[in-house]
Design a protein around this ligand. Structure first.
Ligand code: ACO
Length: 330
């Protein structure tokens, strides 16, 4: 049977219970609740404890998705994991998660696309399913941004939080339902705008004190990232709508990467989607990198904002720089 596209048959999420509010941050760095809310829209974020890493977080979101679909781990052919904050660099986070989930007969691998990673993973799954190589994929985004955040740097530490999201995808039996268009881009010449050491090119210093002072944390040129974020998400909006032959304004729900409310508003305005049809949870979770979109999709489904037949546009951008868009008819 020829397969046109894929659909999301189930979604899941997991967030830590510990809440870090703007008032908490006021006690940690030179900032105010007013500045954070006005400049970013963030009021609080979730922080995972030292006892939990991204494998466990992603495992919980994946279990949620599997339970939602009433499926067994043995039904999954490919586990594709997006994370910018792996517990360890070898093996792939997906392989550690595969063992934990007991996915005997699956292939497991990571996709590195920073905040765009989960949309990349969906598109990889789409290719594998359409080409007939697999039937069911589990796409997981799991991010412990708190572990790579410099908690003394007010320009970044107010922005990020921890979360995991997941979706099970299979071929769509119904023409016109499922993913209608996908678009993926990157521009490595802008890598310095948002990056993190150490790497094998810049090895971890032997002196741990030096490591704390210099390395391991994310560094960001916020204003430049902001401009590129708006430009690239608008480009992704145009690309997927053109591909699918859908006009701006026909979108039932816009699910943008949750980095900053001002970036979300600019993208929504460009896509001609009123804010009441935009999923926003950046106020509650902050930027959880590639987990923002699957978490938002899961919440939107649970709260009835995505119904059968809804036309949903997802767009994301992130370090790389990377950006992507996915249009789907639920
Ligand atoms: N509290 C108070 N003041 C602050 C804070 C803070 N937390 N952070 C910065 N400021 C100050 C700055 O020092 C600056 O002061 P100055 O004028 O005296 O120099 C002033 O506020 C303005 O700083 P800007 O950087 O110009 O502020 P801006 O309005 O651009 O907001 C922000 C900064 C929120 C970082 C914004 O640029 C942004 O959201 N950028 C995009 C970031 C993003 O989305 N990153 C994620 C990428 S996705 C991924 O892959 C992880």
């Amino acid at each position: 049977m020829s397969v046109d596209t894929i659909r999301l048959i189930s979604t899941g999420m997991w967030v830590p219970t510990k809440v870090l509010t703007n008032a908490d941050l006021e006690r940690m760095v030179d900032t105010t609740d007013e500045w954070i809310v006005e400049r970013t829209g963030i009021r609080e974020r979730r922080i995972a404890g030292d006892d939990i890493g991204v494998v466990e977080m992603g495992y919980r979101a994946a279990q949620d998705a599997l339970e939602g679909a009433g499926m067994e781990p043995s039904d999954v052919d490919a586990l594709i994991v997006s994370t910018a904050t792996p517990d360890r660099l070898l093996p792939a986070t997906a392989c550690d998660m595969q063992a934990k989930l007991d996915l005997h007969s699956a292939v497991a691998f990571d996709v590195w696309g920073a905040c765009t990673g989960w949309l990349y993973s969906l598109n990889v799954a789409r290719g594998l399913i359409i080409s007939g190589q697999i039937e069911t994929a589990l796409c997981v985004a799991t991010e412990k941004m708190s572990a790579i955040t410099d908690w003394t740097d007010r320009s970044t530490c107010v922005l990020f939080g921890d979360a995991a999201g997941a979706a099970l995808v299979q071929r769509s039996e119904e023409k016109g339902r499922g993913i209608l268009a996908s678009y993926m881009r990157s521009d490595g010449s802008l890598a310095e705008l948002l990056h993190r050491a150490p790497s094998s090119a810049q090895p971890i210093p032997i002196d741990v004190a030096e490591l704390t002072a210099r390395d391991g944390y994310m560094r960001m040129a916020g204003r430049e990232v902001f401009k590129n974020a708006v430009r690239s998400m608008c480009e992704a909006v145009d690309a997927v709508l053109d591909q699918a032959g859908v006009a701006k304004g026909e979108i039932d729900l816009l699910v943008p990467h949750q980095a900053n409310i001002r970036i979300i508003e600019a993208t929504a305005k460009y896509a001609r989607v009123p804010m009441e049809r935009v999923w926003v949870n950046v106020d509650r979770y902050g930027n959880t990198s590639s987990a923002t979109v699957p978490v938002a999709i899961h919440e939107a489904r649970q709260q009835g904002a995505i119904k059968d037949g809804s036309l949903v546009l997802m767009v994301a951008f992130g370090a790389g720089l990377t950006w992507a868009g996915t249009l789907l008819r639920w």
